[in-house]
Every structure is written in C-alpha cells, then in structure tokens.
Write a protein that binds this ligand. Structure first.
Ligand code: G3I
Length: 392
C-alpha cells in the first residue's frame, strides 16, 4: 500500500495552509481553488476539465493546451492510436479504437469502468486492463467483508482491488458503507450511540487506509423507497436520517479529496424515486456545506429502459451536487441500443463523470441468467460493446 509522507499528511490536516497537493490528491479542475502543484515525486495531471490529479512522476504539469468544447460543454480530445498514459483512469496502453474507456474519455469523461474482486481478477483482469478505466470492488469493500467482527478489519480483498487499479492506472470507486445488506447482523443490534461509533470507526478505517487512492465512495447505498421516501433499514431504524449526516461528515473528514456519493437503483427514469433522492441530497447539502458530491444511478435495467436514461440523469444532475454517474449498469439481454443510449445519456449530461458496468462477462454477473453484460463467457466483446464503441 502507498504510505502518505509526513509532509503530505500535515498538508491534508491543514488544508488552508496547502501549498502543494498530496500524492493522488486533486490539483485542478472546474471550481478548484486548492493548490495546483504536487508534492515531490508527483505531477499534476489533467484528467478532464473538472479534475486534475497528482500522479507519480517528475515531468512538468500536464494541463491541456487547448480544448474543443462540445455541445455538452465538455472538452474533447483528439487522440489517435494508443491513448497516452499519465492520467489516472486512462489505463495503460489502451487502444483508442477498441477500448470503450478510451473512446468514452475522448469525449471528456473520466471513465467507463467495471467491477473486479479477487475471485474474478485472474479471469477478467486482462479484459479490464484493456477496456475499462475504473474498477469498483464488487463485494470486498462491503461492511461484512471488511469488518465481520467488530473492530477487526480484513482488507485482504479490497487491498487486491486497489493495488490492481494502481498498477494499471485505473480509477477506484469505493463501495459501500451505509447499506442494509452485506452488513453483519451484530451491527443492527447495537444501541444508537454504539452504532454511531462503529460507523465512524468503520468509515475512518477504510478511508484512512486508502486515502488519496480512491476517487469516489458510495457512502450511502439503497436508502430510498420507490415513492421517494427514506427507507427503513437497520441504520435508519436506529439513527433516523441523521445516519446520512454522520456518514457523510465522517467520510469528508477522513479523505477530503474523495467524492462522496449516494447510490441507488431504479433511478432510470424521471420518477418519484429520483425526486426523492434529489430532495434528500438537497436537504443534506442545504446547510451551507456540501456533504454529498454525487448521485449514483445503478442502472440495473431491462431492454427499452435506456431511452429514459438521459432524462433521469438530467433530473439527478439538477440536485445540488457536483457530479452524477451510472454506477452498476447491466441490461437484461444486453440490447445494443440500450447500452448506446446510456452511454450517450452520460455524454449529454455535463455532470455525468462516468459509467461502471456491473461485471465483465455474463457468467460472473449477479443476473447471469439474463446475459446482461458487454462480454460473453469467452471474453469476446458482444454486439452491445461494439455498438457502443461505434457510437462513441
Ligand atoms: O462470501 C460468501 C461465501 O463465503 C459463501 O460460500 C457463498 C455461498 O452462497 O456466498 C458468498 O457470499 C455471496 C457474495 O455475493 C460474495 O460472493 C453472497 O451469497 C451473494 O449474495 C453476494 O451477492 C452480491 C450481492 O450484491 C449481495 O447483495 C453480488 O455478488 C453483488 O454483485 C451484488 O451487488 C449489488 C451491489 O453491491 C449494490 N447494488 C445491487 C447489486 C446487485 O445485487
């Protein structure tokens, strides 16, 4: 694991005295008012117009010399051949014509990613490296995987994912803290005060371990009902809506540079659930401090639903957040037009930073019977993959 130097740690602890961004920290982008140079050994590297990051290296700062602006307000790149390395999320040596991530990034977006975990890494790793720019740990960073026993942390699986990402210049999306599932039953039995302590300790343990190495976290997952109200879960039954404030405040303090998300399913059309999550986010961000940076729309959908993606993302982006993302995309039977529609929807919504598909090949999908992914069981790109490439 990367250890943060003492000087970088001091800089993080005293943000107003920052002269240089720490390792893997933000150093530029739209609205960024922090430092634009990096600590020794790191170079400020342009990812896109809203984000530059301190990446290992010694070259001078790599900011864009000029950008063309598309109708979405995003800059475009004119890269041909192999995508240059040097900005996290580009992968290493990805081919600009065959990597869906390279094609997506050429429109100014941050990543087109997938999931990985130790159990799928040896089979899927090469396909991920060649085609995707971000990884989410499918299960290994969930509460039960990290802290099955109170106070005893197991980072074996999540370390493998983060190391894989760092070795291959990929972004990591962390997943997840406040969720009703894959959380040990002992958590639900705690008193409110004990539960608060456990939640804070858990978030601090994970986020301090990976400080500066994880782009975004799904801090809260699946907490909205279909009618837009807040769901009754083991967390909200004990702590009410205050659990959201506690979780986001703790996460913000633990890694101020990580983007903090609320994530949910069935945000696939401009529906009551979308309105509900926007309402909750605006409440949480309404006291003068932005607690929630982004809304994640999971995107577990069926054929035909892709056509609603743009209106849904537009409605989510209207919340008081900096960004939105499609975080767990899979589409029953993988129709090409739906995958293309979701990709185009993200391109059309300037706050949409990226898309993550929930799996690489069909046989590893949680919806395996529906063959919803972009690669077949031999890791051959399916029609939807090729159609998306062609549309980008
Ligand atoms: O780790 C145990 C293993 O010890 C045991 O032998 C085995 C027996 O069934 O189960 C293993 O746990 C499984 C776990 O994945 C890890 O492989 C669980 O049974 C299984 O239910 C679990 O499924 C995961 C599911 O979340 C749990 O809710 C899926 O892999 C994962 O893709 C899925 O991901 C979720 C997102 O986190 C949130 N949004 C919805 C999405 C799809 O359900």
């Amino acid at each position: 694991m990367k250890t943060i130097s003492i000087s970088a740690a001091l800089l993080v602890a005293a943000p107003f005295a920052l002269a240089q961004s720490p390792a893997w920290g933000q150093c530029g982008g739209e609205g960024w008012t922090g430092p634009t140079t990096c600590v020794s050994g790191y170079v400020c590297t342009y990812s896109n117009y809203w984000y530059s990051q301190c990446i290992p290296g010694t070259a001078t700062s790599t900011q864009p010399t000029s950008t063309m602006t598309t109708s979405t307000g995003n800059p475009t790149s004119t890269s041909t051949g192999t995508v240059p390395t040097g900005s996290v999320g580009a992968g290493i040596g990805q081919n600009s014509q065959t990597s869906i991530n390279a094609k997506f990034r050429s429109h100014g977006k941050l990543y087109y990613g997938s999931i990985i975990d130790p159990g799928t890494m040896s089979a899927s790793g090469n396909t991920v490296k060649a085609n995707f720019g971000a990884v989410t740990p499918e299960n290994s960073m969930k509460f039960d995987a990290i802290e099955g026993t109170r106070g005893s942390y197991n980072f074996g699986g999540s370390d493998q994912v983060v190391n894989f990402a760092k070795q291959n210049n990929l972004i990591v999306r962390g997943h997840t803290f406040v969720w009703d599932q894959q959380t040990p039953s002992w958590v639900g039995s705690l008193s409110a005060s004990d539960m608060t302590t456990v939640l804070k300790n858990h978030i601090n343990a994970v986020m301090s371990r990976y400080k500066g190495q994880i782009y975004a976290y799904d801090v809260v997952n699946e907490h909205i009902n279909e009618d837009g109200s807040v769901k009754s879960t083991l967390w909200t039954r004990k702590l009410g809506n205050d659990v959201f404030r506690i979780a986001f405040e703790t996460a913000r303090a633990a890694d101020p540079n990580a983007k903090l998300y609320i994530n949910d399913y069935n945000l696939d059309s401009n529906n009551a659930k979308v309105a509900g999550i926007v309402r909750l986010v605006n409440q949480l961000n309404g006291n003068g401090t932005r607690l929630v940076d982004g809304i994640g729309s999971q995107g577990h959908i069926s054929g035909g639903q892709g056509s609603s993606a743009q209106s849904a993302l537009t409605a989510l982006a209207a919340a008081n957040v900096g960004e939105v993302a499609v975080t767990e995309l899979d589409i029953a039977s993988a129709p090409s037009n739906d995958y293309v529609a979701v990709a185009k929807a993200c391109l059309a919504v300037s706050k949409c930073v990226g898309i993550t598909v929930w799996g690489v090949r069909d046989q590893d999908s949680w919806r395996t019977g529906t063959n919803p992914l972009l690669f077949d069981n031999s890791f051959k790109p399916k029609a939807a993959y090729n159609a998306t490439l062609a549309a980008l």
